[in-house]
Each structure stands twice: as structure tokens, then as C-alpha cells.
Design a protein around this ligand. Structure first.
Ligand SMILES: C[S@@+](CC[C@H](N)C(=O)[O-])C[C@H]1O[C@@H](n2cnc3c(N)ncnc32)[C@H](O)[C@@H]1O
Length: 280
């Protein structure tokens, strides 16, 4: 990586107190170049501006943490969840709690999609565990938007008409998630790259039956990818299912402990309580 880009990421990490150096170098360089380009500056001049202009670090940080999400993003994954995984897990659940984690949840689209699927599945199964959905992100403004639960029509394109009618209330210029669905999800700040924490602080007691971590790992360098994956693996209960984004894969050392739920969809079931990291 260019020295100037490395210095920019190091400055940003120190200034904001979060790790921007674990992003994939190619992605980070592209994003920094994009921002410098918007201001018609070369890298060195941009570094000077970043140091001098108080609002600039937050702007660059936001560009580096790609925020995009939408409801039922990747319909095939959600179809598998709705028709196979979640009903099966609920039927097999012998515990009082069924715990779910949407990690790097952006503005809540993924967590609310999941809440809708659980709301549909629960009446159809005999077991009625209490469902807890934890949704976390590093960006406080994304979490604030998630708690408000208001969305523009663009982000709803993956929602069926039935779900649109049942779970959303029109609210110009878009839609608001119903209070029932909003009440099913607890949002909190959690930095997946923070080496001092494993799971969201609010959820300390126990592992998760379902973890969604989609379209975040793909932006990390190889070492950070492995560190975050290890956290997710450890947080998953035996028999629990992990969903990754389509461009993300299970690192080789964890493959013996995770079985693909289907040939497609990138869903993985944890086979046993063994910790791959301890065995490797
Ligand atoms: C592309 S979005 C993914 C949203 C959703 N999972 C999806 O697939 O639709 C990536 C999210 O990762 C969050 N993020 C970036 N760095 C993070 C970190 N260190 N810890 C937790 N979340 C982070 C960003 O704020 C952003 O909301």
C-alpha cells in the first residue's frame, strides 16, 4: 500500500479510536482515493486536510465502513432461513431461549428481516422459546436509524407484498417497521475488530443459535478476517447456523467443524462444541 494511504489509515485509527488498518488494503486504498478525488486532492494533500479539518475523519470513516444493506438482501438465503433453517431450529429447540445475532447490521434491515421470519415461523411450531435478536454495528448513527425503523422504498425491494402489508406502515417518504417487529430486536454498538470483546456486551450469557454476519468480512485483510471469524465461530452454539455473505467463505481450519446447510446460500451449521482454534 502507498505510504500516504497507510499513514491516512493509521491517523484515522488513532483519531477515532477504532481499527481502520485491518481493512483489505485494496478496498481501503480505493475508498481513500475516491474521497481524495472528490476533493481534487492528491494523497499527501488529503492527509494534510484530514489532520486540519475537524469533520473530515468522520466523513472518511463513514466511506470506509460501507453501509449498504436492504431488506431480505439475497432472497435465496432468506428463503432457506424461512422455509428450512428457522422452523427446523425452533422445532428442535429444547431451551427457553432462542438467540440470534445480526453482526454488522447496518441500519437494521437484516435484523428486522429475520424478526419477520421468526414472527411467521413461531406460530407454526409447538416449541415456543423466547426469541432474542441482538443486532450490532460499530456506527452509532446506523444504530440510531435502525432503532427509528424508517426506510425509503429502495431498501424494501426484497420484501414481498404480503410482508410489506403485514410488517410495514406507510410513512412518507417510505415505510416504518411495525412496533411489534421493532420490539423484537435489541440494537447495540459492538466493534467486531476490538480484540477485548467477543460478543455484544448485552448478550454475555450464552451463545447464539443463529448468527448473520454478511458483507463485512469481505472488506477485511486476511488476518482480521480470521480473527473475526474465530469470534463468530466461538459465539455459535453447537447445532447453530452461521450465514455469510455470498463473497465470503469459511476459512479452511474451521471447515471440519461446520457443515453446509445446502449446496447454495452460504449457510453453515456448527457440528460440535469443539473449538477449531484450539485444535489447529
Ligand atoms: C455492507 S454493511 C453489511 C450490512 C448487512 N450485514 C448486509 O449484508 O446487508 C457493513 C457494515 O459493517 C459495519 N462495520 C464496519 N466496521 C465494523 C466493525 N469493526 N465492527 C462492527 N461493524 C462494523 C458498517 O458500519 C456497516 O454497517
Amino acid at each position: 500500500m502507498d505510504d500516504a494511504v497507510a499513514e491516512i489509515l493509521a491517523y484515522l485509527s488513532r483519531h477515532i479510536g477504532e481499527d481502520f488498518q485491518s481493512y483489505s488494503k485494496t478496498m481501503a486504498k480505493k475508498r481513500v482515493a475516491e474521497r481524495a478525488g472528490q476533493l481534487s486532492l492528491g494523497m499527501s494533500a488529503y492527509l494534510r486536510l484530514l489532520r486540519a479539518e475537524p469533520a473530515e475523519p468522520a466523513t472518511l470513516a463513514r466511506m470506509l465502513r460501507i453501509r449498504f444493506s436492504s431488506f431480505f438482501r439475497d432472497p435465496l438465503q432468506f428463503e432457506l432461513l424461512a422455509s428450512v433453517v428457522v422452523p427446523g431450529q425452533l422445532r428442535a429447540c429444547r431451551k427457553e431461549l432462542f438467540r440470534v445475532w445480526s453482526a454488522a447490521c447496518a441500519c437494521g434491515e437484516e435484523a428486522y428481516s429475520l424478526a419477520m421470519i421468526l414472527d411467521e415461523a413461531l406460530p407454526l411450531v409447538e416449541a415456543k422459546p423466547l426469541v432474542q435478536i441482538f443486532a450490532t454495528d460499530i456506527a452509532e448513527d446506523a444504530l440510531d436509524a435502525a432503532r427509528r425503523g424508517r426506510y425509503l422504498p429502495d431498501s424494501l425491494q426484497g420484501a414481498s407484498l404480503g410482508r410489506l402489508g403485514k410488517y410495514f406502515v406507510p410513512c412518507s417518504p417510505g415505510y416504518r417497521v411495525t412496533d411489534k417487529i421493532r420490539g423484537m430486536v435489541t440494537f447495540s454498538r459492538h466493534d467486531l475488530l476490538d480484540p477485548r470483546t467477543y460478543v455484544p456486551p448485552e448478550s454475555l450469557f450464552g451463545g447464539f443459535d443463529l448468527i448473520l454476519c454478511r458483507n463485512f468480512l469481505m472488506y477485511l485483510d486476511a488476518d482480521a478476517y480470521r480473527r473475526v471469524f474465530d469470534k463468530l465461530f466461538r459465539a455459535l452454539n453447537p447445532g447453530g447456523v452461521l450465514l455469510l455473505g455470498n463473497a465470503e467463505t469459511v476459512p479452511e481450519r474451521y471447515a471440519p467443524y461446520l457443515a453446509k446447510v445446502a449446496d447454495f446460500g452460504n449457510l453453515h451449521r456448527k457440528k460440535s462444541a469443539d473449538c477449531a482454534a484450539d485444535q489447529a
